[in-house]
Write a protein that binds this ligand. Structure first.
Ligand code: ADP
Ligand code: MG
Length: 609
């Protein structure tokens, strides 16, 4: 028998290897845009025809290439970005494998034009099947243009695999946005079939987010920013009310590289826990920067996955940074209340942290996590991180944390609350809104949303701790329910009992109500319980909450003061007081905003003052 093993010809080997890097037009787009960024361009234009199947061209004003480099660039493993294996651990550029251009040249007809600032002429190359078929001088501005035509013209099997134009264009836009988002200081445009789809002028990250994701985010972004010796995080998360039913506007970048990390995504979603319904997704555009030696971006050919040296630290850091940002945004108005000059002199105000509230603040986990050297999130360097678990005493990184964040500043509010109260101007409008003056303007509070939040947190504490006091009924009411409702009620009896309802099953779909929560007026128990079950069913069909969570939400909704209820001054003060003692005063348990703040500066601007 003769030998049967053969070496594959170069062009076939290249085509096979190219399949790893260039799976579809969007992968080529990503590689070309990244090369343009790496070349230091601050203007990058992407042109596609036929969703990239016919043409993908990227034109940049970066540093360009010499003649030799231009030819070299298309060789496999040709890169200017690393020289030895060590460099791999200090990568600051987007590319480094030296495979992209070689892969593109193996599966498309390529035209390259490039010129460095110092060269008189540019050069133009045409490449087909990995071979340079033409080279000539060309007049060209400083920078580089790579045009690839007829993607997969020589690999029909792959070409047939491409999806519809709509679908391929969607992928292209995704890649475009990921790069554009990471470099707001660079101008980007995308022209598809002669039509400009994106025109992104240079600006700040916030401006870029709004340009790309829409102006509805304009005033709805919360800034996240924490710096430590070990890592930095910055960027924005959407306010809870911008959360969407589909996972869409979520962008995470590590060292400016877009990555997919279900693990960190979980960290961020957990930070929104209780602020948004369980089945919705918060918007975020967050950038984590850390020493490249701490990560391995080499694990995936298209470089969207990442391995961290110590992923638990990264998880904890990302989560607490987002929590901190959200907590700051939600309690800000509590710190703005106007203080009467007389009150301002008082010790509790001028010396904010008395010993007792200092102790209270320090024993809170959050304080321990946040307060070192004035950084919200002090994380010690990895080398001396032996004790890092004591920084996160309850392993906040692995168990979903049910408690939301309260910065120590809230303690100050509680201390002075009683005094500030007298200075508060409050009025009720339309028996629905409570308006309260603050030192910088005023807040409009929705009374039902606020009360739902208060009750929800009160009930949540009751089911895990001290049950709510029951008021015994003098004349226990008998309930007769439909079989379905009876089953439901049976299911939640124990939750209801910790919330102050003493209900006994009597068989035959009949129940006896022996007691109700002390703060609920007794009366028509039959319809009260029926309403409660109705609401409960509504949650069952709509949302995937736990049983307890559904009971909490149901009761909070049911017992909250409704629009149309008149409140006197004392009731409004109590409402405000209790609201701002909540851990998350700014949103109702169902994610609706509780208040809107108006600033004098805005009003003055409106009135031309
Ligand atoms: P990598 O980016 O991993 O180095 P590529 O195949 O993408 O590999 O590019 C090979 C080399 O070609 C790069 O290292 C760079 O030196 C050069 N190059 C590619 N695109 C450009 C560009 N737009 N401007 C200047 N140089 C470029
Ligand atoms: Mg590259």
């Amino acid at each position: 028998m003769s030998d049967i093993i053969q070496l594959l010809p170069d062009n076939i080997a290249n085509q096979i290897a190219a399949g790893e890097v260039i799976q579809r037009p969007a992968s080529a787009v990503k590689e070309l845009l990244e090369n343009a960024v790496d070349a230091g361009a601050d203007e990058i234009r992407l042109i596609v025809n036929d969703a990239g199947k016919q043409l993908i061209q990227v034109i940049d004003n970066g540093k360009g290439m010499s003649e030799t480099d231009a030819r070299m660039a298309f060789e496999r493993h040709a890169t200017s970005k690393i020289r030895n294996i060590d460099d791999l651990f200090h990568i600051k550029t987007m590319g480094f494998r030296g495979e992209a251009l070689a892969s593109i040249a193996a599966v498309a007809q390529v035209e390259l034009k490039t010129r460095r600032a110092e060269d008189e002429n540019g050069i133009r190359l045409e490449i087909e099947n990995s071979v340079v078929v033409l080279q000539e001088p060309v007049a060209f501005e400083k920078g580089t243009s790579v045009a690839m035509k007829n993607l997969f013209f020589n690999v029909p099997a792959r070409r047939n695999f491409l999806k519809s134009n709509a679908s391929e264009l969607k992928h292209i836009m995704e890649e475009f946005i990921r790069v554009a988002m990471a470099f707001p200081e660079v101008f980007f445009s995308l022209v598809s079939n002669g039509q400009e789809v994106f025109h992104l002028t240079k600006g700040t990250l916030k401006q870029r987010i709004v340009q790309v994701l829409g102006s509805s985010y304009g005033s709805k972004l919360v800034s996240v920013q924490e710096h430590t010796d070990y890592m930095n995080i910055y960027g924005f998360v959407g306010k809870p009310e911008t959360a969407k039913k589909s996972r869409g506007d979520q962008y995470l970048f590590v060292n400016s590289r877009f990555i997919k990390s279900p693990y960190l995504n979980h960290a961020i979603n957990q930070a929104f826990h209780e602020l948004i319904p369980k089945d919705s997704f918060p918007m975020y555009a967050l950038f984590v920067d850390l020493d490249p030696a701490e990560i391995d971006i080499n694990v995936h050919p298209t470089k969207q996955e990442i391995k961290f040296e110590d992923e638990k630290v990264v998880y904890a850091f990302v989560q607490s940074a987002v929590k901190h940002a959200l907590a700051q945004f939600s309690v800000t108005p509590t710190l703005d209340f106007e203080l009467d000059p007389g009150i301002q002199q008082l010790d509790a105000v001028s010396k904010p942290l008395t010993e007792s509230n200092q102790q209270a603040a320090q024993s809170s986990r959050l304080f321990q996590t946040f307060s070192k050297s004035n950084q919200a999130h002090f994380i010690e360097r990895r080398s001396d991180l032996k004790n890092w678990e004591s920084v996160y005493p309850e392993k906040r990184y692995s168990t979903p944390d049910t408690e939301a964040a309260i910065p120590p500043a809230a303690t100050l509010y509680q201390e002075t609350r009683a005094m500030v109260e007298q200075a508060m101007e409050v009025i009720q409008l339309h028996h629905t809104y409570v308006v309260v003056q603050t030192d910088q303007g005023f807040l409009v509070i929705h009374q039902q949303n606020a009360h739902e939040r208060i009750l929800y947190e009160r009930y949540a504490k009751a089911v895990i701790g001290k049950p709510i006091v029951t008021q015994q009924s003098l004349f226990p009411a008998t309930l007769e329910l439909s079989p379905g409702d009876a089953l439901l009620l049976q299911e939640i009896l124990s939750e209801l009992s910790s919330l102050g309802y003493q209900i006994e099953s009597f068989g035959n779909n009949t129940f006896i109500v022996r007691g109700t929560p002390a703060d609920v007026t007794q009366g028509d128990e039959q319809s009260a319980i029926e309403n409660l079950l109705e609401q409960y069913k509504h949650f069952s069909s709509e949302l995937k909450f736990s049983k307890r969570e559904k009971v909490l939400r149901t009761l909070a909704m049911q017992h909250a003061i409704k629009p149309g209820t008149a409140l006197n001054k004392k009731a409004m003060h109590t409402l405000l007081e209790e609201l701002f003692q909540c851990e998350q005063p700014s949103v109702s348990p169902n994610g609706k905003p509780v208040y809107q703040s108006y600033l004098n500066t805005e009003l003055n601007r409106f009135f031309g003052r």
